[in-house]
Write a protein that binds this ligand. Structure first.
Ligand SMILES: Nc1ncnc2c1ncn2[C@@H]1O[C@H](COP(=O)(O)OP(=O)(O)OP(=O)(O)O)[C@@H](O)[C@H]1O
Ligand SMILES: [Mg+2]
Length: 278
């Protein structure tokens, strides 16, 4: 491909991305400074909490080298291509696309940033998302190329920064909050996950990862704490089994937290905006 052809292909892709984005009312980026704090769990359950309210939702697994959304939804099929477009999977009434569907289990993907960004571009340009109320991007930890690409191309209007209550996670979450500010994402909210473990035997709450970190961060940066999600054994068991807890156990504390977070995000866009732009 010569330089002119490359430029033309680039411009065409940009155009397709703009068309995709223009058909999606709201776009949410879920990220964190630290790994394993629950981004994928938050992305998936937030998606279904919104779906339960009657909104059309898609989940874009933007964690290219460690894609977990497919696993958490029990999807292990290959992606279907139709007329040069990828057809997103439909699971429990929401759409989803993940690099996991292009890889065999256990295959490592050792790609530099530009390659990972290219896949994200394709997930926006060449996936038949159609009209959606919400598209949620589940990002890898840190402040790497994926978040930059999502910010530039998907143009999220809401950044959800996930953290656990402990100091080391809060420290990393600060970086994520500052990154969301620098990327000029209009709204930023914090989700404190793994905030207290509910003992399945006696119901007592054990503060496994400390307490109050999310609230402290919220005050320090004047950014709302959207909610605190406790640790519940079922959240992990159901996640591993490909069943979002909000759908399976809608009345448990974890699900109630996710629903309340979804309500806050939705209210921000439609009813009573309570969150000030940073
Ligand atoms: N509130 C919770 N209660 C119980 N288990 C949870 C909770 N949140 C997350 N988990 C479990 O913790 C593990 C890590 O969660 P998850 O994969 O969502 O984190 P992540 O931030 O996406 O990780 P990574 O940085 O690797 O992408 C998973 O096994 C998940 O089921
Ligand atoms: Mg993840």
């Amino acid at each position: 491909m010569n330089q002119q052809d490359k430029q033309k292909a680039f411009e065409e892709e940009e155009k397709r991305i703009s068309e995709t984005v223009s058909k999606i009312k709201h776009r949410i980026a879920v990220f964190s400074g630290k790994g394993g704090v629950g981004k994928t769990t938050v992305s998936v359950n937030l998606a279904y909490a919104l779906k339960m309210e009657g909104y059309s939702v898609g989940i874009l697994d933007a964690d290219i080298t460690g894609p977990n959304v497919a696993k958490m939804l029990g999807v292990d099929n290959d992606i279907i291509f139709l007329n040069e477009k990828m057809i997103p999977f439909e699971k429990f009434g929401a759409k989803m696309i993940s690099m996991a569907s292009l890889l065999k289990n256990g295959t490592p993907l050792i790609w530099r940033g530009p390659m990972r960004s290219k896949v994200i571009n394709q997930f926006l340009a060449d996936v038949e998302w159609d009209e959606l109320d919400y598209l949620i991007a589940d990002l890898p930890p840190g402040t790497g190329d994926e978040i930059l690409t999502i910010a530039q191309q998907m143009k999220p209007d809401f950044a959800v920064v996930v953290t656990t209550p402990q100091d080391v996670s809060i420290l990393d979450a600060e970086r994520s909050v500052n990154m969301a500010k620098e990327l000029k994402i209009p709204y930023i909210g914090i989700v404190e996950n793994m905030a207290g473990f509910i003992c399945p035997r006696c119901g007592a709450v054990v503060e496994l990862f400390g307490a109050g970190g999310g609230e402290k961060l919220s005050q320090q940066y004047n950014i709302p704490l959207l909610g605190s999600v406790p640790i519940d054994l079922d959240a992990r068991i159901l996640g591993d089994a490909g069943k979002p807890i909000v759908l399976e156990k809608p009345e448990c504390e974890v699900s109630k937290s996710f629903k309340s977070i979804a309500d806050l995000i939705h209210a921000q866009h439609y009813e009573a905006p309570t969150i000030k732009k940073p």
